[in-house]
Design a protein around this ligand. Structure first.
Ligand SMILES: C[S@@+](CC[C@H](N)C(=O)[O-])C[C@H]1O[C@@H](n2cnc3c(N)ncnc32)[C@H](O)[C@@H]1O
Length: 216
């Protein structure tokens, strides 16, 4: 995975091909299963960038929490979406800053994802993992799972978007995450349901799969 400085630099140079002005089509398509027709869900978006999915979910009435290491996309998000915010320090996480919309519906931590602990940010009804697991180096995947699983409430719906491609022909991020790796990482703690498979993605012959994970 690129270093934190490299991610900052992608944002500064505009090398952010993953960002879209539109709500992610898989989130829209599976919103019913993801939100389970509940109102006021707590939704976590790891490695959130400045995704417009945060505003879309907040406008539906949900409480959104994001984690993002780079300051620039956080400031851009609030400015571009015309959302007023307050900025606070986070004494529990040295060096972290919390940006909270004035209506309290969107909170973004400028912090390393690996510092997100359930006693600090709580547990979530929903997790939207897009461009997050796939941004992790293989060596960090187990650490990633150990960070994410405790954040799942007992009835959490975790929507996961991954790519599978021939990693001898291209290299990430996004890294290739075959279905077998999803099973290896999540099946010890979650029921894993495959929702969608399509030939789409950033590389040739790339297959996107969307999973819905629920705690066992
Ligand atoms: C591929 S982008 C995905 C952004 C977003 N999920 C989306 O779909 O638009 C990954 C983002 O994670 C951020 N990031 C990378 N490593 C991180 C870390 N350890 N903790 C928090 N954010 C991180 C990067 O700055 C970048 O904005």
């Amino acid at each position: 995975m690129p270093s934190n400085q490299e991610w900052e630099s992608f944002w500064k140079t505009g090398d952010t091909g993953w960002h879209s002005k539109n709500v992610h089509p898989m989130l829209e398509k599976y919103a019913g299963k993801f939100l389970n027709d509940q109102s006021n869900c707590r939704v976590f978006i790891p490695l959130c960038g400045k995704t417009v999915d945060m505003k879309w979910l907040a406008d539906l009435g949900h409480d959104v929490v994001g984690a993002e290491i780079a300051k620039m996309p956080i400031l851009n998000f609030f400015e571009e979406q015309g959302i007023e915010y307050v900025k606070e320090s986070v004494p529990e996480i040295p060096g972290a800053t919390r940006y909270k919309s004035k209506d309290g519906k969107i909170t973004i931590y400028e912090a390393d994802l690996f510092s997100m602990k359930k006693d600090i940010i709580g547990q979530f009804d929903c997790i939207w993992d897009r461009g997050s697991l796939v941004a992790m180096e293989k060596a960090d995947r187990q650490k990633y799972i150990c960070t994410m699983i405790p954040l799942m409430a007992s009835d959490c719906r975790y929507l996961l978007d991954v790519y599978d491609y021939d990693s001898t022909k291209a290299s990430g991020p996004p890294f290739d995450v075959p279905n077998s790796v999803v099973a290896e990482l999540y099946e010890p703690t979650c029921v894993v349901e495959k929702l969608d498979t399509s030939k789409y993605g950033p590389f040739e012959d790339c297959v996107r799969t969307v999973f819905l994970l629920k705690p066992k």
